[in-house]
Write a protein that binds this ligand. Structure first.
Ligand code: ZN
Length: 216
């Protein structure tokens, strides 16, 4: 049973295809683990289709079809689908498979501290990015606040902040009004898929000193 699901406006953004890729990746990955969210996205997509059906048809400019077909011809070929290992199939939601080239062993982990590693997956060309975060079991990440939305989907282990605990499939949405210190729970290392609209800002006594140097 998944306790923490995204707010309706995020699902609406996803269903209408208007979310940037890093944010959409986290919503899609959560939906792959949460039947309730998947059903809700399906409902919103059908609703969008019904609204489109109700619009009066507009006249196309001359040659529009030819131009659309020509654009299809020059579209870059889709990248080859990676071979997905059984371990990745068991652990990772399907939308993540191409981003990790078929297995977690293929991602490039960067050490952020003794307890925290990250692996970049995708950016939107600006400040928005999605990455994997791995926190050692029982250890905290530095206390921080946010400069935009932060979406965190738990894949393994669990973490708690002062307000809530999050387990596999749960999605936490944090924003600039929230200051928190997530702590990975005992047991498995906590691996999360995270999307940020902008770098977080450390607010703890030691983390503050790191702000100019560590972009997380
Ligand atoms: Zn946060």
């Amino acid at each position: 049973m998944i306790a923490h699901r995204p707010p309706e406006e995020l699902l609406l953004g996803y269903a209408s295809g208007s979310l940037p890729e890093p944010i959409a990746l986290v919503v899609a990955s959560h939906a792959a683990l949460c039947p309730e969210t998947a059903r809700e996205i399906g409902r919103l997509e059908r609703l969008g289709g019904t609204l489109l059906d109700g619009l009066a048809p507009a006249e196309l400019k001359t040659g529009a079809l030819d131009r659309a077909l020509a654009a299809l011809d020059i579209a870059p070929p889709a990248p080859p689908k990676p071979i997905v290992t059984p371990a990745a199939r068991a652990l990772l939601p399907a939308p993540l498979w191409p981003y990790v080239k078929g297995d977690l062993a293929n991602v490039a982990w960067q050490r952020r501290s003794a307890d925290v590693h990250t692996a970049d997956l995708v950016t939107d060309g600006g400040a928005r990015r999605a990455f994997l975060l791995r926190v050692k079991a029982g250890r905290p990440v530095p206390r921080h606040t946010h400069r935009g939305l932060e979406l965190t989907l738990v894949l393994t282990g669990a973490y708690c902040d002062a307000a809530n605990c999050f387990e596999r499939g749960d999605l936490q949405v944090a924003d600039p009004t929230m200051d928190h210190q997530p702590v990975a729970q005992a047991g498995d290392d906590c691996i999360c898929l995270v999307a940020l609209e902008a770098p977080i800002r450390f607010t703890g006594p030691i983390g503050r000193l790191a702000n100019p140097f560590v972009k997380l």
